[in-house]
Each structure stands twice: as structure tokens, then as C-alpha cells.
Write a new protein. Structure first.
Length: 252
């Protein structure tokens, strides 16, 4: 004969069907805490992934310019030095500190025999004035022979400068002069577009801290533009027939 417990009977704690042991006073269930930890961990993983994705083009730029960045002293010899244009001082007749620093370094490279000709690449119709005319006049005044200077008036951005240097002026090896914050992008671009490019860091005497910070910050989104331009093989804003002017300057 089987006897079943009556209504008042109780089963041992933890026995199936029996009452669960009470949580100690002041102690909450560990399940919500574990869920919170998992959510935080997932959020951190997703956040780290987004940061890496956002920074990927900038990391590519750094990787592809590594080993090709120099100072005046250790720069290799090259037929051509390319100077990237930049804003002119008010009045449009003198370079701002950014551009002056680049021109000073290019002048020294020529005087040291590191390069024979200079390709100044910028915007002839820039908002601050004719960058090509000002760069050329500055170099001549600094002692660079005028016949060794060639101007590309349609180097409207870094991509166009590299693309046109290769396609229009036949540059295959060059020293690139710009500030260290911009130089890795310029070197990576030119190398990807067929130029054996080495970068030489320019000074920026008199540059304001806020200007340097602003230009440094723009390098991350600018790297995304590099990725877009290269992936799409964007043609330059202005396409031109091959120009022998640079080769003629080298032959002088």
C-alpha cells in the first residue's frame, strides 16, 4: 500500500516539487548581473570593431608609407622633388607657413644635389591666389634655377597631384615634400599610383597649434577619400595630354 503525503506534508528543500530555498537577505540573483556583463562585453567588441573599421584606411596609409619617410639629411637622391600646394597668405603673393616650409625643404634638396628638378603642383585658381606662380617665384628667389621648375596648375588635391605627376609629366621616382601629418598619405597615394616615392618632412615654423590640430584631425576622413579614389580609379579633375616640360627641365 502506497502512502502519499498529505496537504501539510513538506518535501526536503531542493527536492523536485518542493519549496526552493530562500535567497539570503540582501543578496540578489546572479542572473541579471551575468546578463549585464555579457551585454557590456558585446558592446565593447562591437565598439572596437567599429573603431578599427573607421581607422582602417588610415592604418593602410601608415603601412604603405612605412620605410619611405625621411628628413633632409637621410633623403635618397631622386630626379624630381614634388611640392604639394597649400594656401597663400592674404594678398596672394606670399606662401603661408605650411607652404613656405615645403618650399624651403625643396630648395635645400636641390642645393644638396638630392634632386635636379622641382614639380610644384597646386591650384592656379585657388581661393587664396595663384599657388603655382607664388611657389615658382619663391623658389627662384631662393636660388633654384627657373628652368628647373615646372608647374602643374591642376594638382587640385593630393590624388590629382600624384596621378597627374605620373600620367602627364612622366614621373616614376620622386621625393615628396609636405608636413609630417600629411606626408604618409601623399607617399602612400603616389606609390600606389606608380611612383617610387619617398617623403621628406617639411618644417612648419610659425604654424598655429589650432591649425596643426585641425589638419591632423582631417587625416582620418582624408584617408577614406584615398580609399575611394583608389578603389574607383577616379580620373583627376582635369585630364591633360602628356607634357614633356619636366623631362626638358631634367635635361637642362
Amino acid at each position: 500500500m502506497t502512502v502519499t503525503p498529505g496537504p501539510s506534508a513538506s518535501l526536503p528543500p531542493g527536492h523536485a516539487g518542493g519549496p526552493r530555498p530562500a535567497e539570503p537577505p540582501g543578496r540578489s540573483s546572479p542572473r541579471p548581473a551575468r546578463r549585464r556583463r555579457r551585454l557590456v562585453q558585446r558592446a565593447l567588441v562591437v565598439g572596437a570593431g567599429l573603431v578599427l573599421l573607421f581607422a582602417a584606411p588610415a592604418l593602410w596609409v601608415r603601412a604603405n608609407s612605412a620605410g619611405h619617410l625621411h628628413t633632409n639629411d637621410d633623403a635618397p637622391e631622386s630626379p624630381v622633388v614634388i611640392v604639394f600646394g597649400a594656401q597663400l597668405a592674404p594678398g596672394g603673393t606670399q606662401p603661408m607657413p605650411f607652404l613656405k616650409g615645403r618650399l624651403d625643404v625643396a630648395t635645400q634638396l636641390v642645393k644638396d644635389g638630392k634632386a635636379r628638378a622641382v614639380l610644384v603642383s597646386g591650384d592656379r585658381d585657388g581661393t587664396s591666389g595663384d599657388e603655382i606662380a607664388v611657389m615658382t617665384a619663391y623658389l627662384v628667389a631662393a636660388g633654384v634655377p627657373a628652368e628647373h621648375i615646372v608647374g602643374d596648375p591642376y594638382g587640385l588635391d593630393s590624388y590629382d597631384t600624384c596621378k597627374r605627376a605620373h600620367d602627364v609629366y612622366g614621373v616614376r621616382r620622386a621625393l615628396l615634400v609636405s608636413q609630417s601629418l600629411h606626408l604618409p598619405r601623399a607617399v602612400a597615394l603616389c606609390r600606389r599610383l606608380g611612383i617610387d616615392a619617398s617623403g621628406v618632412a617639411a618644417r612648419c615654423d610659425g604654424c598655429r597649434t589650432v591649425t596643426l590640430a585641425k589638419n591632423t584631425a582631417r587625416e582620418v576622413p582624408a584617408a577614406w577619400k584615398v580609399a575611394y579614389d583608389l578603389v574607383t580609379a577616379r580620373p583627376p579633375a582635369v585630364s591633360s595630354a602628356p607634357d614633356p616640360a619636366l623631362q626638358q627641365a631634367l635635361d637642362e
